[in-house]
Design a protein around this ligand. Structure first.
Ligand code: F6R
Length: 366
């Protein structure tokens, strides 16, 4: 059932192109530049009333939510807050019937996320879910569910569930933009054309697997890692660090690169590998200067850059190339690099990649 792969996680990493195709299929028309289908079913009639969106999730799903905020604010111009479910639950909330609440959950059974959704519903919010499991508690109680068609995810470390959540949020944001008329069909078509390239872009990224394995061999005994990103790739820094921690038990921190000088820069020395997610983007120059800051303190720079980009060659100790794609979608190849890296570090260390210690696939207790 692992289809020739050593672990489910490895299989699931490789399934991502297929999973994304299944997730986005039938939900848009490229010719017309329109989004349709199930995405907003059940809440369509309330969309014009929403003045705010609150996204709530845990763990990796929370990271997907952080990316969703970029998409929704950019495309649909609706302010978005993203919260961790266990924090949302125990706070004095400001929620009303003009709030759209979105729960993101692979399993649909995470206790904190489910409770957060119930609270929001009670306070009058419309509640939508992005969920991978049909018939799960969250999907049954939501007014509207967008299903990620990732298929069963067996590895405890989430991979294909994450990328299909992000793809769903991308379409969700475009559909909100279409409904609110904040984008023209031409603009929507441009982004849809880029979205359909994502599976192929991931395939191409997977071709660098051997190179990433060689880096895993080099760095598997490091004690700490730092992951940096900016803008839409800041959540990828968080996700890269989480993935490494949970399966390899190596301490890792993810940080917004611009925040580094406010503290974590003190950690940098010649023993610290620093993953920097810096594809071509509107913040490329900004992050390049952060790379400079790391290098001038002798940190070891592993830079994830766009194919053919030589701008960081003088600063990067190691360079991992990802195919060019719209900046908003560079999160896909970037996260795949971090998934493969974590996977190989953990498997080289001989750890139980699919069942890491202390972790459960779905956390049904708070
Ligand atoms: C990390 C991981 C967890 C889950 C989190 C939420 O790889 O899998 O952080 O993302 O427990 O789970 P769901 O999405 O099922 O609510």
């Amino acid at each position: 059932e692992k289809a020739g792969y050593s672990h489910f996680m490895q299989k699931e990493i490789h399934e991502q192109p297929r999973a994304i195709i299944d997730t986005i299929r039938g939900k848009f028309s490229l010719e017309q530049g329109t989004i349709g289908g199930e995405l907003l079913e059940g809440i369509q009639h309330r969309i014009k009333d929403f003045n705010r969106i609150v996204i709530v999730a845990c763990g990796t799903s929370w990271h997907a939510g952080l990316i969703g905020k970029f998409y929704i604010e950019k495309f649909a111009k609706i302010p978005v807050e993203v919260d961790i479910a266990s924090e949302f639950r125990y706070r004095d909330l400001v929620i009303d019937d003009k709030t759209l609440f979105v729960a993101i959950t692979q399993s649909g059974e995470t206790a904190d996320t489910l409770s957060a959704m119930r609270i929001a519903k009670k306070m009058g919010a419309a509640v939508a879910a992005v969920c991978n499991v049909v018939g799960s508690s969250v999907s049954r109680e939501a007014d509207s569910t967008v299903y990620t068609h990732a298929g069963p995810e067996i590895g405890v470390a989430s991979t294909k569930a994450f990328t299909t959540q992000v793809a769903s949020l991308f379409l969700f944001a475009l559909q909100l933009a279409q409904t609110k008329k904040t984008m023209t069909p031409d603009q929507i078509r441009h982004y849809l054309k880029e979205l359909v390239r994502v599976p192929e872009v991931i395939e191409k990224t997977l071709k660098h697997e051997d190179y990433i394995l060689s880096l895993a061999k080099k760095f598997k005994d490091a004690k700490d890692f730092l992951y940096l990103g900016r803008n839409v790739n800041y959540p990828i820094a968080l996700e890269g660090a989480l993935k490494l921690k949970e399966i390899s038990y190596i301490h890792a921190e993810g940080y917004p690169a611009g925040e580094m000088k406010h503290g974590p820069i003190a950690l940098i020395d010649e023993n610290l590998p620093v993953f920097i997610i810096c594809p071509q983007s509107s913040v490329y120059e900004k992050i390049a200067s952060n790379v400079q800051e790391v290098k001038s303190r002798d940190g070891i720079v592993l830079a994830v850059v766009t194919e053919g980009d030589t701008g960081l060659d003088a600063l990067a100790d190691h360079k991992i190339e990802i195919p060019a794609i719209a900046e908003e979608l560079s999160v896909f190849p970037a996260v795949v690099v971090t998934q493969i890296f974590s996977y190989y570090v953990a498997s080289l260390l001989g750890l139980d990649v699919d069942q890491p210690r202390n972790l459960a696939k779905s956390v049904t207790v708070e």
